[in-house]
Design a binder for this molecule. Structure first.
Ligand SMILES: [Zn+2]
Length: 229
């Protein structure tokens, strides 16, 4: 029976070795494809950064002279907090420290600015953030300081005052710009708040940025494909 044992042990050892070899090969394949994926993601990241930098550099030409990006961002933050403090104080609400404004190149629905919705999940309910389109912000600095920021602050005050209730026949946007928002805008000094529900800004720079972004990303991917062939 011994030779049968020997054959069995040899076969077993061979199959273990074989499986091991297959595993090692699979792991190195996974590693290579993971590395390739990481490289591709890095190329996309760089292309996105490039496109954004270009858009910001062009937009900064229109911003007030002599102020750095950080000073411009800081003045938006300061103005938002100043307006918020003014109204919460007037309404007898506790002071609310705003999160840092989030700056991005594209916001939902092509908006110039957005604020965290009061009806967001519980975790966000008391953590309100204003987001601003940075390209439009640098290009339309005064509009942002005097219109967009108060508009977004009014949303946050509306939330802090108990939030708006959406009626059955209202869209979320109608509900968000309802009586309460209008009232807060009046408290902020706007005579006809309805005029400022939509921001009438030149969106061409955003379209150009999006097109440039798409071009740069696809160029990077083509180059990536060529390199791999
Ligand atoms: Zn709004």
């Amino acid at each position: 029976m011994k030779w049968i044992n020997r054959i069995f042990v040899t076969t077993l050892a061979a199959s273990v070795l074989f499986s091991f070899a297959v595993c090692v090969k699979a792991v190195s394949d996974v590693q290579t494809s993971q590395e390739r994926l990481n490289e591709t993601l890095e190329l996309i990241d760089n292309a996105m950064e490039d496109a954004y930098d270009e858009a910001i550099r062009t937009a900064l030409v229109y911003a007030p002279d002599g102020l750095s990006i950080y000073q411009l961002r800081g003045s938006a933050q300061k103005e938002a907090q100043r307006l918020l403090d003014k109204i919460t104080d007037k309404r007898g609400l506790p002071r609310y420290e705003l999160n840092a404004i989030r700056f991005a190149g594209v916001l939902r629905d092509g908006a110039a600015g957005t604020a965290t919705n009061c009806k967001d999940p519980e975790g966000l309910r008391w953590s309100f953030t204003i987001s601003l389109n940075e390209i439009l912000f640098f290009r339309n600095y005064e509009d942002f300081i005097y219109i967009v920021i108060p508009h977004e602050v009014a949303h946050i005050v509306s939330c802090l005052s108990g939030g708006f209730d959406k009626k059955d026949d209202e869209t979320p946007s109608q509900a968000a710009h309802g009586e309460e928002w209008v009232q807060i805008m009046k408290e902020l000094g706007f005579v006809n708040p309805e005029k400022y529900i939509e921001h009438d800004l030149d969106m061409v720079p955003i379209e150009m940025y999006k097109r440039n972004l798409a071009n740069k990303v696809s160029e990077a991917l083509y180059r990536d494909e060529d390199d791999k062939e």
